[in-house]
Write a protein that binds this ligand. Sequence first.
Ligand code: SIN
Length: 325
Amino acid sequence: MFKTVFKQYKVKSTSPDLSDVVSFDEIDDKPKEDSIAQRLSFNNEITDLPTFPGLKTPRAWQTFVLKDHPGLLVIRNPFTDHGQRYWIARCLRDYPRAPNIVNLNARLFDESVRSDWWKELQECKDPTERQRIKAAMRWTTLGYHHDWDTKVYNELSKSPFPQDLSRLCQVFASYLGYHDFKSEAAIVNYYPLGSSLSGHTDHSEPNHLAPLFSFSFGQTAIFLIGGRTLDEKPTAIYLKSGDVLVMSGESRLCYHAVPRIIQTDESLASLPNETALENSNLVDNDLFEQVRDSNYWNPFSSYIADSRININVRQVLHPGDLKLN
Ligand code: SIN
């Protein structure tokens, strides 16, 4: 069932029928008994959440759940345009740098590209080579590095987890009542138009009780969420730029996939009037300022004009554990 639905959306020759894809922008506030998605209301605790650069006030966030997928939540774009610019720039300029690990193959790319992909891409003058470098980047891993073959984390394969990303996740974790969440591993996925990610579960982490936070930026994804086996029919939802998907509880170990990326026209607003960041240690203040400038922002903007970026953050260890057993 899962694979059939995946193929329906992935199909290249024709445009797929998108009428069953859930769009959270079309869910109204009054819950209907038969609706597959519903908006949650949070009233009290959210006013206690600390403010975070680049996030809208939590009172303005819209959080949705799916009737048939308990534990799966989508917070519909809680970022300001400025905040989105910052995270996109982090994912392109900084996160693919050594000691983080990237997919770029040593037989196809020299060390300079593999250790600082974005810098080499910006400096490359040959259009064909530029396109080759751009399209080759598919993932980078942070913290405990995901091992794609064994699917087992290793204490010896780990780099420092970025503090800004860890603090961002803490805000969402606290919003949902997971006050002890620790960001310990992340995969940043890069999706050029035409790419996809087939059905899988995320079970490498010893800790399955902690939620998984997944951030979408750039072009829109069709995301499939299924059940614990491939026999169950998945639900298709749109994940748009800025959306935060949370896989917790029952959905944490469910099959999911991205069969298609859809190009939309939306671009992130220019930011002449946004207030300057008060000096905080929550984000890279220099970059936060730099992305306001349209000249600085242009190369990032042109990357996401035909690509999607996803940051997928997990807790690996059980509470109280300091390392893998
Ligand atoms: C993943 O499951 O690893 C990525 C999901 C996404 O790109 O939204």
